[in-house]
Design a protein around this ligand. Structure first.
Ligand code: ZN
Length: 337
């Protein structure tokens, strides 16, 4: 009698627990659906301060992330392509070490240093072409072993990327790009691109007209940095996918011409294995991260590393940073030599 009584209590408790688990799951599911339905640009969008803070964080902390495999190699600039990352530009001095803001005089000094070092500025379209050719060479058994990371290019190539879409890109950086005929590609947060209004106290963003003027020059292409700059890790994947698709739709609607390739620049450089596959399926030819390193023959198009350019660096120091990034890419510290 006593045993049965205890047993029935255990059963009753376990049924109650199961019931509450199901109830809790339903609550989570309906929250999740409500989140997807109610998501608006206004709620979702981070402030400028948060954007710049995030960008500065990108500069730190990620310098130990690698995906390349080390083997014996030759680290010469013709064997890799650095992709640099800038954000906002300011006139006058910027406190050194800022990963999100660079003074425009420094930017000009960088461009001059790159040219003097013999670099040719290429677009992400051209980077993609080089990567495709080398992938083809691997498939058809070229002159090099399949695992060789060296590109063996005819020149030293370099890509400049600029994130988030600040108006300083047009007012300060674009004249420098024109002066030196340097190419750069800009990834914009599409909901922040202004049409007719400016939100109080916000750092001014680009407008569609400026973006179209820059693209017309042939020096700049505009790409997708999502509609709201929400990180992959912060929302369910369908929500991230929506932000990517909204971003691409807005670019299609407002730009007078589009690049031959699709590029996604991950907010904060955050991505997952699943997001890489999903974005590839959606047709993205290149996925830009903030992993520290340079592009080699072994780099995945779904995981393009970049070198953050901080404030306070001379052109010569940026060149040193590129060399250091190349060394770390060809010989990752965690790999066996
Ligand atoms: Zn960003």
């Amino acid at each position: 009698m006593k045993k049965q009584f205890v047993l029935s209590w255990i059963l009753a408790i376990s049924v109650a627990c199961q019931g509450s688990t199901v109830f809790a799951q339903n609550a989570v599911n309906s929250n999740w659906v409500a989140q997807l339905q109610n998501e608006t640009e206004e709620e979702a969008a981070p402030t400028d301060e948060e954007l710049l803070e995030d960008a500065a964080k990108e500069a730190k902390g990620k310098e130990t992330h690698f995906s390349q495999i080390a083997i014996e190699h030759e680290i010469s600039p013709e064997n890799y392509i650095p992709v640099l990352m800038y954000h906002h530009f300011e006139e006058g001095d910027v406190a050194p070490g800022n990963g999100a803001i660079v003074s425009i005089d420094e930017f000009e000094d960088h461009i001059i240093a790159f040219q003097e070092a013999g670099y040719t500025f290429i677009s992400l379209e051209e980077l993609h072409e080089i990567m495709q050719e080398s992938a083809l060479e691997k498939e058809t058994e070229g002159r090099k072993p399949v695992e060789a990371p060296e590109f063996e290019l005819d020149k030293k190539y370099l890509c400049i990327t600029i994130d988030d879409g600040y108006r300083s890109n047009y007012e300060l950086a674009f004249p420098i790009l024109q002066k030196y005929q340097a190419k750069a590609d800009i990834s914009v947060i599409t909901s922040r691109i202004h049409t007719s209004y400016v939100i109080a106290q916000e750092i001014e963003k680009l407008c569609w007209k400026d973006l179209n003027v820059m693209q017309e020059s042939g020096l700049v292409n505009i790409y997708n940095h999502t509609s709201n700059h929400i990180k992959v890790s912060e929302k369910p994947l369908p929500s991230f996918r929506n932000a990517v698709e909204r971003g691409e739709d807005m670019l299609n609607k407002n730009l007078t011409k589009r690049s031959d390739i699709r590029v996604l620049t991950y907010p904060n450089g955050d991505y997952t294995f699943v997001s890489q596959i999903l974005m590839r399926k959606l047709g993205y030819d290149l996925q830009l991260t903030t992993n520290y390193g340079v592009v080699t023959r072994n780099t995945s198009v779904n995981e393009i590393p970049r070198v953050t350019v901080n404030s306070g660096l001379t052109g010569e120091q940026v060149l040193q940073k590129i060399t250091a990034a190349a060394e770390r890419t060809f010989y990752p510290p965690e790999a066996k030599r």
